[in-house]
Design a protein around this ligand. Sequence first.
Ligand code: TYD
Length: 200
Amino acid sequence: MLITLEGIDGSGKSTLYEGLKERLSDLDPVFTREPGSPYLGDAVRQATAENTDPLAEAALFVADHAVHLSEVVRPALAAGKLVISDRYTDSRFAYQQVSLKGVHPDPKAWLSAVHRGWSITPDLTLLLLIDPETALSRVSGRGEREHFEQTEFLSAGQKNYLERAGEEPSRFLMIDATLPPETILDFAEESIRLRIGQIK
Ligand code: TYD
């Protein structure tokens, strides 16, 4: 079973991820993230930090995904593990659809084509939703901003997330990210346990 956490920067996704580690420890899940493959993860981070060519950046995110699947996700799923990933393919549909605008004639078609036939669709995706201004104010203290961390970018990215959720409503659970972290964690834990049929 593959469960993913998604949301724009500042939505509290990382707090949820860390909280779930404790809450779900009895299930011994594999916790993982994108970008995060051992060597490509660094290349991706460098590309985003240096504002490189958007297509190159998008291709790097896809390459990172491929390594993530082959080295982490597939083996874990094959071993019957529960996998929880902080960001996954929906992040590309949210963010790269924005960054590829004007660079590629149809970013969504490119992203769909480039994942088709080999990627794995999550069983459940928890999507944290938040007003982009509020989200940005939450990340503003974290030092230098990536080019993603601008209000217009994040608001377009969140619209793309919502479009994805509209296309696959049964996969997505939307969460109000302004709720108290404990409330979000309670809801997320319960939803995951319900989905995998392992009520405590
Ligand atoms: P990261 O430091 O992992 O941020 P976060 O804690 O918000 O997950 O940086 C990842 C950044 O890269 C984040 O701004 C989202 C973006 N991103 C994409 O644009 N495309 C992708 O496919 C992925 C996985 C992330």
